[in-house]
Each structure stands twice: as structure tokens, then as C-alpha cells.
Design a protein around this ligand. Structure first.
Ligand SMILES: Cc1cc2nc3c(=O)[nH]c(=O)nc-3n(C[C@H](O)[C@H](O)[C@H](O)COP(=O)(O)OP(=O)(O)OC[C@H]3O[C@@H](n4cnc5c(N)ncnc54)[C@H](O)[C@@H]3O)c2cc1C
Length: 380
């Protein structure tokens, strides 16, 4: 029986979902993903297929084909996608399901929801969220992209960078300044459709890892966009959605860690050195045992944070702890797991080599460890 089945947090619906996801990943992702890494994106057909399974709408209203589940479903989805061992694939999907589209789900008008939500759930319409700018990353309130009123609508001017799904998304939720003098209260969220005049794609960025995730720069020159939610509430919306995003990233990191541990256990049990399998070396075995314990701890931390969120509790401290802990831990796991693969682990094309590269961003993106620890410290 898989460990997750013994968890007090997950019920039979979760169990079934986990099994379906695991089968989908084994059949439709793992064999094909090396080719996606080469081409630099996940094919649209795979995302549509995920939509048909219902994986893209777990959190969204039933009315639009979603599952109306809570943050535990986010943690479960992220962990299973992380277990694929292809961080770029997991990021592509999770940005759509848990980082971008929740902005629409939470703040969209009935007309906006009717227009976009069915396509989002079906995987016909892929989303991105654009907050980061060349001069504003961790410090969200420093963004400079501006939105000005024109006629009955809004026009965006500025640029964004490091945007996941940036080149391929059909709909981008953009943070822009609607009042230059109002600090964090002068930021609002906008929905911007691909193909809007004045909306151009900048460079497609070449990354160390997450190779099959498309990451791009975006530029807006008086691009027409729709306000999403209330004017001046964008910073609040971003901070609120960060909770979901960070649960997803932390759980994804634990899925990746678990997969790396399994790969390494298989390897050290068969690889021989000094007349016996590597597994016979106590020093190595104990390091893997210690990692296994920490991965369990990380999973419990993030699952509990998701559960608190599902109870409607304020859990910024717990979510920040989980993001910081899991984002660092996955890197330590990859370091040791690659070490125990020896030279084979350093070779391009080996799973652990790719996973070690993919993991590096987990302590940076979606809230760097230091920023997470500040959130925790403020609440101690
Ligand atoms: C692959 C990838 C995908 C991304 N996808 C998206 C996306 O889809 N949408 C989007 O909007 N953004 C995206 N980002 C941006 C990401 O969220 C930012 O990179 C992240 O928030 C950090 O911002 P920064 O890179 O500007 O680093 P900076 O803010 O310049 O910080 C640099 C480093 O300084 C340290 N630091 C920062 N603040 C503090 C502090 N208060 N105390 C101590 N140390 C600190 C941290 O170590 C941090 O890593 C993506 C980034 C990457 C790499």
C-alpha cells in the first residue's frame, strides 16, 4: 500500500485521483517527455487529454466542468506531477491549474467566467500569470507596468519576464499599476488575450532546467486588456494566490524528491563496488534513510498546510514554512542522489541529471527561500 493511502488527510476520492494520475503520468508523460525537453514545450494535445481526464479543473466550479476540490487536491496533483521526474511538465500544468487560472476563478465577473472557464478546464485555453518584471521579482510592489483607462476599457504598457507558458498561453493574467502613487494599493490584475494588438512576445528564455516548460518575456504597448476583479486589489489577489502557488510548488518538490529517492535506491541496490552492492555501505544507506525521513517530514508539512487552507484557516506561516523547507530539501536530495549515481549521474540523458537541474529553481521561483523565511519570521 502506498504511504499516501495511510494519510489522515486523504479520502477515497483522493486515492482514486492519485491512482489515475499516476497511471496517466506513467503512460502519457514519462515515455514522451524526453522529446518535449528537446522541443521546449509540452504539446497541446497532452494538455487537452489532461482536460478530458478532469485534471485541469480540480479546483474550479462544477458548473464549468471542474471538481470543486480544495487545496489538498492541489497538493496531490502537484506531488504526482512532480513524481514524473519532469519538472518542466509539472510547471507547465501547475501554472495553468494553480497559479494563473485561480485569478480568474476568484475575481472574474460572471461574463468572464462564462467566456474562459470552460476552455481552461478542458485544456483548450491555456493560461499564464505575469507578475515578474526585469526590475521587480520578489518585491512585487515595485512593478512598473501601467494600465490606463481608455474609453470603457484599459490599455497596458510595460514588460514582463520569466513568464511560464508565456509563449503558448492563450490568456495571460497581468499585474499592472493603476495608481502610481498608491504603492501596493495601486496594483490591479488584468486579463489579456493572445493576439491583442500591442501584445508581443519577447525572447523565449533558455533555462538550466524545466526545459520542456516554455518561459518567455512579454511586452505590452497599449495592449487592450480587461480588469479582473476590483481596481486596486491586485496586490492582495497576488498575495492570496501565492498560498496556492506555494502549496503546489512545495508538494511538487516532494514528488520530485520521492522519485529521486526511488531511482537511487534501485541504482545502489544493483551497482556493485568493492565486491558488493553500494547498498551494503552503511554510510550511504544511512544518508538515504535520513533523506527518506526528511521527505516524509516535508510531505506532512505541505499536506498539513494544504489541509489548514482547506479549513479556511490563515496559514501563511505554514505554507511559507513548507515552501522554504521543501524548496531547499529537494536540492539536497538531488545532490545526494546524483552523488550516489556516480559518474553516470553526471551524464546528460540520465534521469537524475535532469532532475537535479530541474530542482534548482524550486528554492527561487514562486517565493525565494529567504522571502519565505521572512514571512515565517514575521509570524513567530
Ligand atoms: C523558471 C522560472 C519560471 C518563472 N515563472 C514565473 C511566472 O510564470 N510568472 C511570474 O510572474 N514570475 C515567474 N518567475 C519569476 C519568479 O517568481 C522570480 O524569479 C522570483 O520571485 C524571484 O525574483 P527575482 O528573480 O527577481 O529575484 P530577486 O527578487 O532579485 O532576488 C534575488 C535573490 O535575492 C534573495 N532575496 C530576495 N529578497 C530577499 C529578502 N527579502 N531577504 C533575503 N534575501 C532575499 C533571494 O535569494 C533571491 O533568490 C519565474 C522564474 C523562473 C526562474
Amino acid at each position: 500500500m502506498c504511504q499516501a493511502m495511510l494519510s489522515p488527510y486523504f479520502d477515497d476520492t483522493h486515492r482514486l485521483l492519485r491512482e489515475t494520475l499516476r497511471r496517466f503520468v506513467a503512460k502519457e508523460v514519462v515515455p514522451q517527455a524526453p522529446a518535449w525537453e528537446e522541443q521546449g514545450f509540452v504539446p497541446r494535445e497532452v494538455l487537452r487529454e489532461m482536460g478530458r481526464y478532469g485534471f485541469l479543473g480540480l479546483r474550479h466550479p462544477e458548473k464549468y466542468g471542474g471538481g470543486e476540490m480544495n487545496a489538498l487536491a492541489t497538493a496531490l496533483l502537484a506531488e504526482e506531477l512532480g513524481r514524473s521526474g519532469f519538472g518542466g511538465f509539472a510547471a507547465t500544468v501547475l501554472v495553468h491549474t494553480d497559479m494563473a487560472s485561480p485569478h480568474l476563478a476568484r475575481a472574474g465577473s460572471p461574463a468572464q467566467l462564462e467566456r474562459w472557464m470552460p476552455g481552461i478546464v478542458a485544456g483548450e485555453l491555456i493560461t499564464a500569470v505575469a507578475v515578474t518584471e526585469p526590475d521587480a521579482g520578489s518585491d512585487v510592489k515595485s512593478i512598473r507596468t501601467v494600465a490606463r483607462r481608455e474609453g470603457g476599457g484599459w490599455r497596458l504598457r510595460g514588460s514582463k519576464t520569466f513568464i511560464t507558458n508565456g509563449a503558448l498561453a492563450d490568456l495571460v493574467f497581468v499585474a499592472a499599476r493603476t495608481d502610481p502613487a498608491a504603492g501596493s494599493k495601486g496594483i490591479s490584475m488584468f486579463a489579456l488575450e493572445k493576439g491583442a494588438p500591442g501584445f508581443t512576445l519577447g525572447r523565449r528564455l533558455d533555462k538550466m532546467g524545466w526545459r520542456c516548460s516554455d518561459t518567455a518575456e512579454l511586452a505590452f504597448e497599449d495592449a487592450p486588456a480587461e480588469l479582473l476583479g476590483e481596481e486596486g486589489r491586485g496586490f492582495y489577489a497576488i498575495m492570496r494566490n501565492f498560498q496556492n502557488e506555494r502549496v503546489a510548488l512545495a508538494a511538487m518538490a516532494m514528488g520530485e524528491s520521492q522519485r529521486a529517492l526511488e531511482l537511487t535506491l534501485e541504482y545502489v541496490r544493483t551497482r556493485k563496488a568493492f565486491g558488493a552492492p553500494l547498498w551494503d555501505k552503511q554510510a550511504l544507506r544511512q544518508r538515504l534513510a535520513a533523506l527518506a525521513a526528511r521527505i516524509e517530514a516535508g510531505r506532512e508539512l505541505v499536506t498539513r498546510a494544504a489541509w489548514l487552507d482547506a479549513q479556511g484557516q490563515d496559514c501563511v506561516k505554514e505554507v511559507s514554512m513548507a515552501k522554504a523547507y521543501c524548496g531547499e530539501l529537494v536540492n539536497e536530495v538531488m545532490y545526494d542522489c546524483l552523488q550516489f549515481h556516480g559518474g553516470a549521474g553526471y551524464m546528460r540523458g540520465s534521469d537524475i541529471e535532469r532532475m537535479a537541474r530541474d530542482a534548482r529553481v524550486q528554492s527561487i521561483g514562486g517565493g525565494a527561500t529567504e522571502v519565505m523565511l521572512e514571512e515565517v519570521a514575521k509570524r513567530l
